[in-house]
Write a protein that binds this ligand. Structure first.
Ligand code: NAD
Length: 565
């Protein structure tokens, strides 16, 4: 839409161009909307202060989420301004944990459709449907709704996740909101509550499985490649049995990544590197660590493989690095006695312990006593799995045990920050998936770090796109993980903080992007123009990256409308 050729009232009702009371007197005159908005003029800063006060006054997080969605439906620029200005406080409202509640209610809460919905009924037409989306797209977040956060199969309602995640791409990575596309692959749902809900908005059929399912995904990927060949595709919340298979199938051909697998792995590695800093060591000290990991699902498999890769990159042989891991799932210690024939478990094979080391299925406590780990990781979704005894044992073995209960939501965390602090007298280096508060014990403060994927995905996505690489390689992911602890100040790591403050997310993302581009360049994945910028050094890179970042300010209406596609 172009205001020169359309009526001003349409500008007022279009969330992309609307400024509400932010239209200047001359704009009101020119657009013919004088008298159609209240007379007083407010800057975007003033508007943001007012709406922030309203949002903060709401008690229930879901009400805050709805309030923000309403704002986004009226005035996108102001919405992104608010999220940009208050990212630390609003990230948990627009994304996890609140977005989980929003997804549960999504079919009821939906006011205005956003993004694209590809349903089983649309099969065969995806290619042409892509052209119904009129704008250019640089990044797509896509889910099939099969494993939304810790909430399971939410079918089409998973759309809330794709939307929330892209809001974080905009706020944290400076992506232009006009060029992001949330997508849900509505392959059906096996959730009986949804199938029986007359108001469920998705396809009310059982999920497609097997070849039909993969053909559906393939049709979607081909459609995207045809319509937006350079777009980044981020897979989100696919169930384990499909997630790794899809990633492995496409990652060497398409610019894509899976945040649950690769983003999580990168943020955990960033946390381990951060912990190495706390111990006044160097990143390379990762080779001295021994890991016990509880949980061998998509998150666990991705983390183990990625940490292993980092150990090899820092000097161990593959075999030596495998020996540093003990993986435990619902059936206890994983040994070579297991078949591990579930397709999602393929990456685990190297980690299976020799059964002469320890018996198949050994308990967590037995493993800890024998292995004497320095790092305990939880991706099991089992609340309280890191019992007092387990944590005390970790505290006995290590002066500063590294404890990472990563399962979400909070109600599923393997332990709380308080549990870890109490059992180790506050000596633990602690990082969780869900937020906890710092704990003070005997005059010592144990920092409750949160290993949020938000540290990784906007910068990784930005770097991948700006590098013009055709894929996201392991080296690019490793570079993203290394970049994050580099943003820590000495005061922070001295006090046990292993991740930088989230309110610096724009700078963190820019730095991650720079390191990702450099890694891509080292591997010969970038074209001449990017190689030229890389060769000029970090300042030129920084200028390049920041210059692409969207800043949520009003632009003069005529120019902003005509410059947007
Ligand atoms: P999943 O359901 O695929 O896997 C869970 C695994 O835990 C399975 O291997 C299961 O056998 C194992 N398990 C169950 N009971 C156990 C027990 N008593 N002891 C040891 N292992 C046990 O789940 P997933 O997709 O791998 O995700 C796991 C958790 O990780 C989720 O809570 C998710 O929210 C969290 N996660 C965190 C982050 C993050 O912090 N950045 C990112 C992604 C996922």
């Amino acid at each position: 839409m172009h205001p020169d050729t359309s009526r001003g009232i349409e500008v007022l009702h279009n969330p992309i161009y609307n400024k509400g009371t932010g239209f200047s007197a001359s704009e009101r005159e020119r657009l013919g909307i004088r008298g159609l908005v209240p007379p007083r003029f407010f800057t975007i800063g003033q508007q943001a202060v007012k709406i922030w006060a309203q949002n903060k006054a709401l008690k229930r997080p879901l009400d805050r989420w709805s309030h923000l969605q309403d704002l986004k439906d009226r005035n996108e620029t102001l919405f992104y301004r608010l999220v940009h200005d208050h990212i630390e406080e609003l990230a948990p409202v627009i994304y996890t944990p609140t977005v989980g509640d929003a997804c549960l209610e999504y079919s009821k809460l939906l006011r205005r459709a956003r993004g694209m919905y590809f349903s089983r009924e649309d099969r065969g037409d995806f290619n042409s449907m892509m052209f119904n989306w009129k704008r250019n797209v640089s990044v797509i977040v896509v889910t099939d709704g099969s494993r939304i956060l810790g909430l399971g199969d939410l079918g089409m309602n998973g759309m809330g996740i794709s939307q929330g995640k892209l809001d974080l791409y905009v706020a944290g990575g400076g992506f232009d909101p006009q060029h992001v596309l949330p997508v849900v692959l509505d392959v059906g749902t096996n959730n009986p509550d949804l199938l029986n809900d007359p108001y469920y908005l998705g396809s009310p059929h059982k999920r497609l499985e097997g070849e039909e399912y993969y053909a559906f995904v393939e049709e979607f990927i081909r459609g995207v490649r045809n319509r937006w060949p350079n777009a980044l595709i981020q897979f989100e919340d696919f169930q384990t049995k499909h997630a790794n298979k899809i990633l492995q199938h496409y990652r060497d051909e398409v610019l894509c990544f899976n945040d649950d697998i690769q983003g999580t792995a990168a943020v955990v590695l960033a946390g381990v590197y951060g912990a190495m800093k706390c111990l006044h060591g160097h990143r390379k000290d990762i080779v001295k660590q021994t890991f016990v990991m509880c949980g061998a699902g998509s998150a666990g498999c991705g983390i183990a493989s990625f940490l292993h890769q980092a150990m090899v990159a820092n000097g161990l042989t593959a075999e030596e690095a495998y020996k540093r891991f003990y993986i435990i799932d619902a059936n206890g210690l994983v040994t070579a006695e297991r078949a591990l024939d579930d397709p999602g478990q393929e990456p685990l094979k190297g980690f299976a312990r020799n059964r002469n080391d320890m018996p198949e299925g050994a308990s967590l406590m037995d493993v800890i006593k024998k292995a004497k780990p320095t790092v305990l990781l939880g991706v099991s979704t089992v609340k309280g799995l890191f019992s007092k005894e387990v944590l005390e044992e970790m505290g006995k073995i290590n002066e500063r045990p590294i404890i990472m209960p990563l399962s979400n939501p909070t109600s599923r965390a393997e332990c709380t920050a308080e549990d870890a602090a109490n059992a180790t007298d506050g000596r633990a280096i602690f990082s969780s998936g869900s937020p906890f508060s710092d704990v003070e014990i005997n005059g010592r403060v144990m920092k409750a770090n949160q290993g949020n994927n938000f540290y990784v995905f906007p910068g990784l996505g930005l770097g991948a796109l700006l590098s013009k690489s055709s894929v996201i390689s392991d080296a690019m992911l490793q570079a993203a993980a290394m970049a994050i602890p580099a943003m820590l100040t000495p005061e922070q790591y001295t006090e046990g903080t292993i991740f930088p403050r989230i309110d610096r997310i724009r700078d963190i993302s820019a730095y991650v992007a720079i390191k990702v581009i450099e890694a891509a360049a080292r591997e010969g994945r970038v074209p001449e123009d990017i190689r030229h910028i890389v060769a000029q050094g970090e300042e030129a890179m920084s200028e390049y990256v920041y210059s692409t970042m969207y800043v949520p300010n009003y632009r003069p209406t005529v120019f902003s409308c005509s410059s947007r596609k």
